[in-house]
Each structure stands twice: as structure tokens, then as C-alpha cells.
Design a protein around this ligand. Sequence first.
Ligand SMILES: [Zn+2]
Length: 274
Amino acid sequence: MAYFFIFLPLFIVALVATFEARLPRFTSPFKLSHFFTLIAFGLMGIALSAILPLTVQNFLIRLVAPFQILSIPQLPIPNWVGFILCFLLIDFANYWLHRLSHWVPALWRLHKIHHADKSVSAATNLLHHPAELFFGYLVMLTFFVLLGMPLLVIIVYGLANQIHGILVHSNINYPTKLNHWLKYLVFTPDAHRIHHSVDIVEGNSNFGQILPFWDVAFGTYQESAALPISQFEMGLSHPEQGVAFSIFGLLALPVFSSTNNQSENIIQVKDSSS
Ligand SMILES: [Zn+2]
């Protein structure tokens, strides 16, 4: 059963890929090497998610537990209110972790490989540097322990985030009405695609994981891209392009990339346009 959950992302990616092939939102040539690179990163992520609970998890919990500031299950609120509160708090933490990943130079070096994909699809959700996954795991586990998060919410959010993450990157031509109504509740592929724009200003928007409310509240929400989808370009911004889209090229990117964070790119773009 555990293996089913561990490999769930790959099953869903394969399922969504069949719809992407039949009903694409934009045309994108299929490259086998590109697809295998994404699957390889997916397998690395799966290996990490199997290894971390057996290695660092107990040690970190014991280390952080004395500093626990809250136990949400013990708050004088109904269980369902506590569940919703925890779900919102996890999504809120993910929003800031993602936003900081674009701002803090060391974190951007790790996160940028997720933005190196020029033809974003469901499988792009698998594209994360193992070091970024490890760092995110440490941060979120610390956050869970400090607030005494119930395990059930962590599991439900984790599952919802995996499924939503794959769908939000998918290249499927969803019905316009569905896109229109869903965008008020959750991030849709059209809205998240803006975050993958080569335009740095657009790339520094829509950081939310599942819910769009944090971006709206903190002024980073962008409803539509400047260019229509036929001209819309995805990937790293032009000063950072030229990355070899291979397993080793992407694994080495944090060490060999030239730019430290997206704010530096903004300065470069302003310089070149002035
Ligand atoms: Zn990002």
C-alpha cells in the first residue's frame, strides 16, 4: 500500500499525459529525452521521500519538539475548524517558502531547475532538485512540529498538493467555464503557467501552491499574461537560458549557474533596456 502512495505521482502523470496528448492547450513537440529527464527527477524525489522518514525524520522531530509552541488538536475549536485552519496554514507556509525560493540567492539556485522546462506539462511537477526537496522537507517538518499539526491534515494536504501540482502544470485545454470558476478557488494551469514565464516580472507572481488567496493578499497575484498563449514563452529568463536539459546538467545547475536570484535578473533586464 505504501508503495502505491510513493509511486502515485508517476501514475497520475502517466494518466494526465494521455489527456495532454489528445487535448493540448498549446502545441509542444514531444521529446523522449526531455520526458525521461523529468521521470528521472521524479524517481529521485520518490527515493528521497522513501529515505527521509527512515533517516532524519525522528532525529529532527526530537530536536524541534522541545520548542513546540502550539498543539492545534488541543485548541478549544471543533475538529473540522482545526482541520481547515491547519490546511490553510500549510498552504500559507508553502506560499512563503516558494516566494523565498525566488528571492534568496541560495534557494533560487536550487529552485531554478523547476523553471528550466520550456514546455511545461504535468511531468514538470516532478522537476525539483533533490537538495531543494530535502531543504523543503526540513522546513515543513519543523513547521509541523512547532505547531503540533495533526498527521491526518499533513497526509490530506500532501495528497491534495501532489494531485493539484500535477494538474496545475498540465498542458490540457480545460473548458473555459471550468477555468473561469475554478480560478477563484484554486490555482488553475492558466494562472500557474504565468509563474513559468520567461518574463521575470511574470515569473515573480503566482507563488501559491493550491490556493490563490495568499498571492491576492500579498500583491503577487497576476490573472493573465501579457502575451497570448500562442506567443507565450516559458522557461528561465533570457540571462539564465542555455541550460543543458539533461539529468547531470540540471543537477549541476545550482553550482554552475551564473545568476544568484531573480532580483539580479530584473536589474540586468533594466540595464539592458536603458
Ligand atoms: Zn517558482
